[in-house]
Design a protein around this ligand. Sequence first.
Ligand SMILES: Nc1ncnc2c1ncn2[C@@H]1O[C@H](COP(=O)(O)OP(=O)(O)OP(=O)(O)O)[C@@H](O)[C@H]1O
Ligand SMILES: [Mg+2]
Length: 462
Amino acid sequence: MTFNEFNFHKDIEKGVKIAGFREPSPIQAMSIPIIDNGEDMVGQAHTGTGKTAAFGLPILDKIANGEVERALILAPTRELANQISDELYHLGRFAGIRSLAVYGGVGYGRQIALIHKGVQIIVATPGRLKDLYRKGKIDAFNPEIVVLDEADKMLDMGFLDDIQEIIDYIPQNRQTLLFSATMPEAIKDLAQMILYDPQYISVVSEEEEETNNIINQKYYVINESQRDKAIEHLLESENFDKALIFCRMKKEVDRLSEYLSALGFSVVGLHGDIEQYERERIVKSFRRSEVKIMIATDIVARGIDIKNITHVFNYHIPFDPQSYVHRIGRTGRAGKSGIAITLVSTEEFNELKRIKKEVGADMEFSVMEGGKGTLSDSEYRDLSDKIREMEIDENVEKIIEHLSKIDSTEILKKALTIILKDEKSENGASIGYDYLSVKDMIDNLDSEKKATRNNNRRKKRA
Ligand SMILES: Nc1ncnc2c1ncn2[C@@H]1O[C@H](COP(=O)(O)OP(=O)(O)OP(=O)(O)O)[C@@H](O)[C@H]1O
Ligand SMILES: [Mg+2]
């Protein structure tokens, strides 16, 4: 199938061509005719498979043809609102369509002025948009189409009330669309509330396969105290172009950024406590590959599309399965392959099992490869110096006497091995657990659980 079959306005066709899109992705092929037809819909498709253009292109086409004047897109984060606005601008610019990102953390003045100047598309986070409606600043902006991108995340973040309030400001004869890679049950209630007789389109075959399996997923089982060393070793041994490391907490982002910077890695840290202006600068520097590693909280887990992220690392396994799906989905986009690596401590086995089960994550158990193997020049110099300065223990004389019968090179090699092992005790091979010990631990966990369940049953019966 080609994009020609949709008969888009020629200016929109030009935008598609310049973007380099050759054929529509499955979610695009299925959604575009429905949206063209004016129907409400709920769309689910894996991360990185073009959902933005799936709703964006038919909206731009309708605006270019004069069928529709304005559209509103809601997204959970400022970064995502900016990105969607940029993408729609690029696809629609030959038709002169203007879009604006509207979010908190920056002044109202400029946003209000731009809205009044006339934009056809607003991409907003719910909180700021609700404020603007309350202030009566965008009453005239009556969108005929409303999209909720990452709808489930907005519910998760507690935006339900804001969304309802916003929807109340908008005429009922609107067309409403809802998109995400994950569709937990709560979404169905939201859909019933704000959509009219929607079509449900899912490219995800089974509910249990929400993770995009184009991504190669691995996990390492480590001790809690080994996380930093493990990340350091993986960054050294994995051949990455750009890497995104997810942490659970803001202070963990700051600490790990400092740790890796001190080791000489090119890193930036991003989380919600950073000033908006700075947040934008940080994302830009990572987009432009000025820095190769970004360490972040879940604020960039949803929807963010940054070229050449070859690796996603989970410093901790995420609490909920949806977060796992979206985090790893920052790689393996637009048909490109990607690698997702998760560090799991023995205390996190329950989360691991839930993620595997609930979203069909195909995670492969892995073991760190043994250290660097060879010495660098400076390590060799340090070691030789140490040996030269060493005092010889008197017992050594006696041992030497015995050893004189064995080949001397052989002895030297073995002695050096002992020293090296001592010096480089934190090489890859010493980080984490091997397959058999992990299997034992998981088996034990299972039998412990069974025992508790049986116990509880027995107690209940008694
Ligand atoms: N038909 C297409 N052909 C080639 N590339 C495309 C096509 N459609 C979209 N893309 C590109 O694919 C990438 C991913 O698209 P997009 O961000 O819309 O994914 P998504 O499905 O919304 O993912 P997520 O669930 O993470 O938000 C973008 O860089 C986009 O420009
Ligand atoms: Mg998206």
